[in-house]
Ligand binder design. Structure first.
Ligand code: NAD
Length: 299
């Protein structure tokens, strides 16, 4: 039996890049896949149904089952119709992979309101809205006495976890997705739903041109390494794993450990007395994990 045999999956932004790799890998391992993609440019302009349709054709040509969906995941009704498509076409929903995304990089001094709103909306609302509608479907299933063994896999980013300069909008949204995933994991546990997130690194339209890679590095930046982790997380085998954020690429997978309580000092109502103690605890605290201070990730 295949790892995801008979399971029904939605992958958002699956017309290209990482989402396409997730959809193909899930289908290869037996899942029926709703291939969602608005078909926008990398900065979120326009619509085109052909990328999603091409992925559906590729899955069907390999003997799998898939259907295309062109909903905008950041639109409340669009997100609802996406969940409805899985239920009406395949008869249910087991896996939601929130992957769709765009970039509009700018230093915050120059960032426009529109650049902030569009990026935070596609990523944050585009993760919340499908999750909300899927969670309501799973809650109803539970109430109807049906067994739910469902998965939500969200897409965070190193930019969000480690705070990349020039991406205030994107990093804030991606850090938000990491926290959202942990809250959702706690809230949805009672309905048989696990929620995890990945912080991937791969060469796609979004990242091409960002570095000069050797052929070996390029191979390790293939989206398939990440799709394999997503496919395992989507399977029944991962039922004990929830509320985790995984760094993922061809060089390995790692659990990104979250904010921790650090050094402590007594509180005071007099700010004039605080200097020495605040200086002490800042000195004793671990440095923030920086995007430039990676160890094993900087290969
Ligand atoms: N490539 C990387 O190294 C990397 C690193 C960290 C995080 N990510 C994240 O991984 C995800 C996939 O990125 P990618 O690199 O494959 O980029 P990509 O541009 O190749 O693919 C993104 C897809 O999302 C679709 N999309 C955009 N807005 C949408 C919307 N509102 N509704 C439905 N679909 C929409 C686009 O049409 C596109 O096909 C994104 O969330 C991205 O932020 C990627």
């Amino acid at each position: 039996m295949k790892l995801c045999e008979g399971r029904i999956a939605i992958v958002t932004g699956a017309g290209r890049g990482l989402g396409k790799a997730h959809a193909l890998m899930l289908a290869k391992h037996g899942a029926k896949v709703v291939v969602n993609d608005l078909g926008s440019s990398a900065d979120g302009i326009g619509q085109d149904t052909t990328p999603a349709e091409a992925v559906v054709a590729e899955i069907r040509a390999a003997g799998g089952e898939a259907v295309a969906d062109a909903s905008n995941v950041a639109n409340w009704e669009g997100a609802k119709s996406l969940i409805d498509t899985a239920v009406s076409h395949f008869g249910g929903l087991d896996i939601l992979v929130n992957n769709a995304g765009i970039l509009r990089d700018r230093m915050l001094i120059n960032m426009t309101e529109q650049e902030w709103d569009s990026v935070t909306t596609v990523h944050l609302k585009g993760t919340f809205a499908p999750t909300h509608h899927a969670a309501n479907y799973w809650r109803q299933q539970t109430k109807d006495g049906k067994k739910v063994d469902a998965r939500v896999i969200n897409t965070s980013s190193h930019s969000g976890l480690f705070c990349n300069i020039g991406q205030a909008n994107y990093a804030a949204a991606k850090a938000g997705i990491a926290s959202f995933s942990l809250v959702a994991a706690r809230e949805l546990q009672r309905y048989g739903v696990t929620v995890n997130a990945i912080a991937p690194r791969a060469t796609t339209r979004m990242t091409e041109g960002l570095g000069q890679w050797t052929p070996e590095q390029l191979e390790r930046r293939d989206p398939e390494w990440i799709a394999a982790l997503v496919t395992w997380l989507a399977s029944s085998q991962s039922s004990a794993v929830s509320g985790r954020v995984f760094e993922a690429w061809g060089f390995g997978y790692s659990v990104a450990e979250s904010w921790q309580h650090g050094p402590l000092t007594e509180a005071s109502k007099n700010p004039e007395t605080l200097g020495p103690e605040i200086t002490r605890i800042v000195g004793e605290a671990r440095k923030n994990a920086g995007i430039d201070r990676d160890t094993w990730m900087d290969i």
